[in-house]
Design a protein around this ligand. Structure first.
Ligand SMILES: [Zn+2]
Length: 380
C-alpha cells in the first residue's frame, strides 16, 4: 500500500477542480448555485471544464427531474409515495441526509460542497458525522437519481479527470500500472479502474466525491469489496516505514558474496518493522492487516516476486559500491549519488517520495535497504 499525494492539493489542483465542477454540472440534479464556484456574475463553470476557455453562467431551473425505470420499480415495491424533486427523494431515502443537505427547502451550499470534497477515511467521516442512516431498500435511488456515478463516469471527459489525478501505479498493490492514455485528439482511452474507497452501494452520497475516487487496478478494485472492513486510505495512509517487505534467504551470506541464487530459496514477507516501536494506533494496524488480507498482498508477493528479489541480490553484488562510484565519475551529469545510479540499474525510482511512480518500488526499496543492512552487519 502506497500513499498517493492528494492531487486536488497539488500543482494541477485548479485544473482538476475546474474539470470536476464541469462534470458535476453535467450530472447533479441540484441548481448550479448550490455547488458551482461563484463570482460577481453568479455561479459558473468553465467551458469543457477547461480553465483556459470562457466561463459559462448557467441559468436555472435547468433540469427536469425524472425517475428512471429502476427507481419506479423500487418505489412501487416499497409502496411509498412518488417523489417529484431531488429533495423529496432524499427525504424519502434518508431523513438524516436530507436534514444535512436542506434547510427551509433550500440546499445548504456549504454542506453539499463538503459532501463532494471531503476525504472519506474512517476518522474524517466520523468526526464530520457523515455516516447517515438510510432506508436500505431505497438507497440505490440516490445513485440513480442524485449522485449518478454511472452518468458521471460515462462523460467523454471523465477519463481526462482520472488522468489528471496522476496515479500511475495501483496504490493498493503497487504492482500494476493504472495509466490512462489518450489515443487520439479529444478521445481518451481509459485503461484503469476507479475504486470508491467508500462503496457506492453503501455510501451513495460519496459516489461523486473526488477524494473518494481512487484509481486502482482491476484486481484490487474487485477484491476490495464493500464491507465495513477498511483498508488503508491511500490519500493519507501507507505501509511506510512501519511495514516492510523482507526476505529470509537460506544463506544470505552466500548471496551477498555472489553465490548463485535461486528464487525458491527466498520468501518475501510483509512484516512490521521490529524497530518501529510499539504499535500506537490500533486502527491503523487493523487497516494494514485488512489491506494485506483483502488484496492478498502477502501471498501475491511471496508467490510472484521471489525471482525479482533474487535479481536485486545479484544486482547489489555485481553493481557494488565501487562500480557505482565509477559510474558517478564517468557520468557526473547523470548521477549525483549511489542511490541515483542504483535507480538506473533497477530501472526505477524507489526513493520514499516516489514509491507510487513505479510498480514494485516499495519492494525494491525495502529489499535494497535490507541488503544494505546485511552488508553492514557482515563487515562488523
Ligand atoms: Zn492493484
Amino acid at each position: 500500500m502506497i500513499r498517493i499525494p492528494p492531487p486536488w492539493q497539488g500543482d494541477r489542483a485548479e485544473d482538476i477542480w475546474a474539470l470536476y465542477d464541469f462534470l458535476l454540472y453535467k450530472t447533479l440534479p441540484f441548481e448550479p448555485g448550490d455547488y458551482l464556484p461563484k463570482d460577481s456574475q453568479g455561479a459558473y463553470y468553465y467551458l469543457d471544464g477547461d480553465r483556459t476557455k470562457q466561463k459559462v453562467y448557467p441559468t436555472h431551473p435547468f433540469k427536469k427531474f425524472e425517475l428512471t425505470q429502476t427507481s419506479k420499480v423500487i418505489l412501487s415495491r416499497a409502496a411509498v409515495p412518488t417523489p417529484n424533486t431531488p429533495e423529496e427523494l432524499i427525504q424519502l431515502v434518508s431523513p438524516q441526509l436530507h436534514q444535512y443537505l436542506y434547510q427551509n427547502n433550500a440546499v445548504k451550499r456549504e454542506n453539499l460542497i463538503e459532501l463532494l470534497t471531503t476525504q472519506t477515511d474512517v476518522k474524517t467521516i466520523q468526526d464530520k458525522k457523515l455516516n447517515f442512516t438510510a432506508k436500505p431498500e431505497l438507497l440505490k435511488m440516490l445513485l440513480f437519481q442524485v449522485f449518478k456515478y454511472d452518468s458521471f463516469s460515462s462523460k467523454k471527459l471523465f477519463p481526462k479527470l482520472v488522468q489528471m489525478l496522476g496515479v500511475e501505479v495501483c496504490p493498493y498493490c503497487n504492482r500494476s500500472f493504472t495509466t490512462t492514455t489518450r489515443i487520439r485528439k479529444g478521445v481518451y482511452h481509459r485503461q484503469n479502474q476507479v475504486d470508491h474507497y467508500r462503496s457506492k452501494s453503501k455510501y451513495p452520497w460519496f459516489a461523486l466525491t473526488l477524494p473518494n475516487l481512487i484509481p486502482a487496478c482491476g484486481n484490487c478494485n474487485l477484491r476490495k469489496g464493500d464491507d465495513e472492513q477498511y483498508v488503508l486510505y491511500p490519500y493519507q495512509e501507507e505501509f511506510g516505514k512501519q511495514y516492510h517487505f523482507h526476505t529470509t534467504p537460506i544463506s544470505w551470506t552466500g548471496y551477498l558474496m555472489g553465490q548463485v541464487v535461486h528464487p525458491e530459496e527466498f520468501e518475501v514477507k510483509i512484516e512490521r518493522d521490529p524497530n518501529a516501536g510499539p504499535a500506537s494506533n490500533l486502527d491503523y494496524e487493523r487497516r494494514v492487516q485488512t489491506s494485506i488480507d483483502k488484496f492478498g498482498l502477502d501471498v501475491l508477493y511471496r508467490e510472484s516476486h521471489n525471482a525479482y528479489v533474487c535479481a536485486i541480490f545479484e544486482q547489489r553484488y555485481v553493481f557494488n559500491d565501487a562500480y557505482l562510484d565509477s559510474l558517478i565519475d564517468s557520468f557526473p551529469d547523470l548521477f549525483k549519488s549511489r542511490e541515483e545510479a542504483r535507480q538506473l540499474l533497477y530501472m526505477k525510482r524507489y526513493d520514499e517520495d516516489a514509491l507510487g511512480a513505479a510498480p514494485l518500488a516499495k519492494l525494491t526499496h525495502d529489499i535494497d535497504e535490507e541488503i544494505s543492512r546485511l552488508y553492514a552487519e557482515k563487515t562488523l
